[in-house]
Design a binder for this molecule. Structure first.
Ligand code: ZN
Length: 254
């Protein structure tokens, strides 16, 4: 198969040194999904790519690609960099984790469909200063579908009721209403926590406004989402361990 020179739009979310002076970077793109590119000579101080190939650079990337394996970065345009992210450890830790989580949900060159926009929107919102914990929990819940374990949140799994008091059942993979609490194995979350999980799992990110959520409630939903992931996806991401260290300052361990 021949190489094509293509322009892809997206975010460079990861990079590492490769051999002497080259770099490997990962792009989250609208056109081709996740793409690993080699940046020849990118480690050299005089390389035009030395500065652009930093994580969380947005823009258009011209790549030589066979739509499989490693592609090659040839040029960039309309780049937008966020220098402030390098000194903001909290935003950086949240973003690194989110892209790591998304990276594990897809193979390279697999279409990202609506998840492309989910991550880009989450990125822009966290950069702009919206609550990164809420954005992160939303992305975690919505990415479960990409992992093939989409939780049922719209209605009670047993009777289909959409309104009322709900709890989450990991055993059943979704929510149940209070009419059936005594019949199922459930997490015993507070009704507020289950309500927040339903909202974050169901609404499109572009409709998410600023919502006031107490730290205690965010901690409860975070722990519930962690349990859902452990029971269904079971990843071990070092980016999550790092985020947990950062977050222990924000949410003191009890
Ligand atoms: Zn029910």
């Amino acid at each position: 198969m021949a190489y094509d020179l293509l322009d892809v739009t997206g975010i460079l979310f990861k990079r590492r040194r490769y051999q002497e002076a080259d770099l490997l970077a990962k792009l989250w793109t609208r056109e081709l999904g996740i793409v690993t590119v080699i940046i020849k000579g990118g480690m050299r101080p005089k390389s035009p790519f030395n500065a652009v190939a930093l994580p969380f650079t947005e823009g258009t990337f011209s790549i030589l690609t066979k739509r499989r394996g490693i592609s090659q970065l040839r040029a960039t345009k309309d780049l937008k960099q966020h220098d402030e992210l390098y000194s903001d450890l909290v935003k950086n830790a949240y973003l690194s984790y989110l892209f790591d989580l998304a990276d594990h949900a897809f193979s390279e060159y697999q279409p990202l469909d609506e998840f492309y926009g989910l991550l880009v929107s989450a990125f822009k919102r966290i950069v702009a200063g919206q609550d990164p914990e809420i954005i992160t929990q939303m992305v975690e819940l919505q990415l479960l579908a990409a992992y093939g374990v989409m939780p049922h949140l719209a209605s009670c799994l047993i009777c289909g009721k959409e309104q009322g008091i709900f709890d989450y059942s990991i055993a059943l993979g979704g929510v149940v209403c209070s009419d059936h609490f005594n019949r199922v194995q459930r997490e015993h979350l507070s009704p507020k926590a289950t309500g927040l999980i339903r909202t974050l799992g169901l609404i499109p990110i572009d409709r998410l406004g600023e919502i006031g959520v107490s730290d205690q409630l965010k901690l409860e939903t975070r722990q519930a989402i962690r349990k859902i992931y452990q029971a269904t996806v079971d990843l071990r991401l070092s980016s999550l361990n790092f985020l947990d260290e950062i977050r222990s300052d924000i949410f003191p361990k009890k």
